[in-house]
Design a protein. Structure first.
Length: 446
């Protein structure tokens, strides 16, 4: 939505405060803290149900993780229902908000586009859906909204051709997602559907609607988003997302970074429960992970995982809070080496300390791999894990920099992985990487 400008010393001071130490959080849910504390203090928009006619919410619910996603590229958001529920039907949730983000320099000016909701940023929901990529029907009881490969009633009568796109979304020619057959679906693998359920939608950051989009400096970027979910016993505990960022404008974008903002919580429910979470990161090249072989080490690279610091949530979980992770699967090709760049930025911060304004957001996207905050185990972490981050964990993870010429694209793929404990989580992360290595082909039953 409309980007609000901030550059005051007062606001700068507010955002360096540590949310975990804010006494106003005590006894409040995150929604209550946002609406009752952050909104009046920072001039943010109160969180309420979306009413936009083009906005669709649908549920990825064929595996053991249920996530309600928006076709405006908010990958998991529902303050008034269950979202990122694990195990399925447990009524326990593990995320506040998550969305793609891209930062770049266009004509000498820095611009960042992001589609989080409720992340306490001064500008959010800057990616708007392109019409024509779903049936146009919203029926939440039948789960019809976003186009799902296994729900044909959610598909458009005809997938948009380039000529069908609105003028603001086609300033230059670029390839559209393929559909593998007449009457088919734009599946993730060159038009082929490979998972039990695939979701697909497309957004841009330059909506012409007053008050929407990446105002005032849109990048003219389209993001195609696929969501993959499996129902088999091996692959049901994660959801994979592939994001494809395309420059459809006439200007070359320089020093481009692509990635995500994610605010996971273990769990999301409860009074200030998100303020006692810890995380760790297994970066590429790590060896000697206790309990795992050298081969398994490589399968766990580019993996961050999160746990609850006291292993309980008053009123919800007396013991054995589930664990949550992000497995990063694909980054763009380094234009010098010809190989994937890998994760180049990994930043962890408290919910209330999110950067404000494009300049600060862009600095964070290119800030590099953050050193652990707790070299020695934090006193309040029941696992006593060294080299951890937290308490209270929000991520910005990105890859870059790249040059993105008109008509060119950059991919970024990752998975939200879930487990009932650390061992289960790590096994699911390994299975997720093996699935990606097999080009998303799940093992078939004997």
């Amino acid at each position: 939505m409309r980007k609000l400008i901030y550059f005051t010393l007062v606001t700068s001071f507010i955002f360096v405060n540590i949310f975990a130490q804010d006494p106003r959080a005590k006894g409040k849910s995150k929604l209550e803290y946002y609406n009752n504390v952050l909104v009046p203090e920072r001039g943010l928009k109160p969180l309420k149900k979306s009413t936009g006619s083009d906005r669709k919410l649908s549920v990825m619910n064929v595996g053991n993780v249920f996530a309600r996603i928006s076709n405006a590229a908010t990958l998991g958001y529902d303050r008034w229902g269950l979202c990122w529920e694990f195990p399925a039907r447990s009524q326990l949730t593990y995320r506040w908000t998550m969305a793609p983000m891209i930062g770049a320099v266009k004509n000498g000016k820095v611009s960042v586009a992001i589609s989080t909701r409720g992340a306490a940023r001064k500008h959010e929901e800057e990616l708007d859906p392109i019409k024509g990529y779903d049936s146009g029907v919203l029926n939440e009881e039948e789960n019809i909204g976003i186009a799902f490969s296994d729900i044909k009633a959610s598909w458009p009568k005809k997938w948009p051709s380039f000529a069908d796109l609105p003028s603001y979304a086609k300033k230059v020619n670029y390839p559209l997602p393929k559909v593998d057959s007449i009457g088919g679906f734009p599946g993730i693998r060159n038009g082929e559907v490979v998972s039990t359920r695939e979701a697909f939608f497309a957004v841009t950051d330059n909506s012409p609607v007053e008050g929407e989009g990446n105002i005032p400096n849109p990048l003219d970027v389209r993001v195609d988003v696929w969501g993959l979910q499996y129902d088999d016993i091996l692959n049901r505990n994660f959801i994979i997302f592939r994001q494809l960022f395309t420059n459809f404008g006439t200007d070359t974008l320089k020093n481009v970074y692509v990635g995500i903002h994610d605010d996971p919580d273990c769990p999301e429910q409860g009074a200030a429960e998100w303020t006692d979470d810890y995380a760790a990161f297994i970066k590429s090249g790590t060896t000697g992970i206790p309990g795992y072989t050298s081969k398994e080490d490589t399968l766990l690279w580019n993996f961050t995982y999160l746990w609850d610091g006291d292993d309980k949530a008053e009123g919800f979980i007396p013991k054995n809070v589930a664990w949550l992770g992000l497995k990063f699967l694909e980054t763009p090709i380094n234009q010098t080496t010809g190989k994937q760049s890998g994760i180049t930025t990994f930043q962890v911060f408290e919910y209330s300390a999110v950067p404000q304004g494009d300049d600060e957001e862009y600095k964070q996207m290119k800030a590099g791999i953050m050193a652990p905050q707790n070299v020695n185990p934090h006193a309040k972490d029941y696992t006593q894990t060294p080299n951890s981050y937290g308490p209270d964990v929000t991520y910005v993870v990105a890859a870059g920099p790249y040059t993105l010429a008109p008509g060119q694209s950059l991919p970024f793929s990752f998975a939200s992985v879930h487990g009932v404990n650390k061992k289960d989580l790590f096994m699911n992360a390994i299975l997720c990487q093996l699935l990606y290595n097999a080009q998303f082909n799940a093992a078939e039953a004997p």
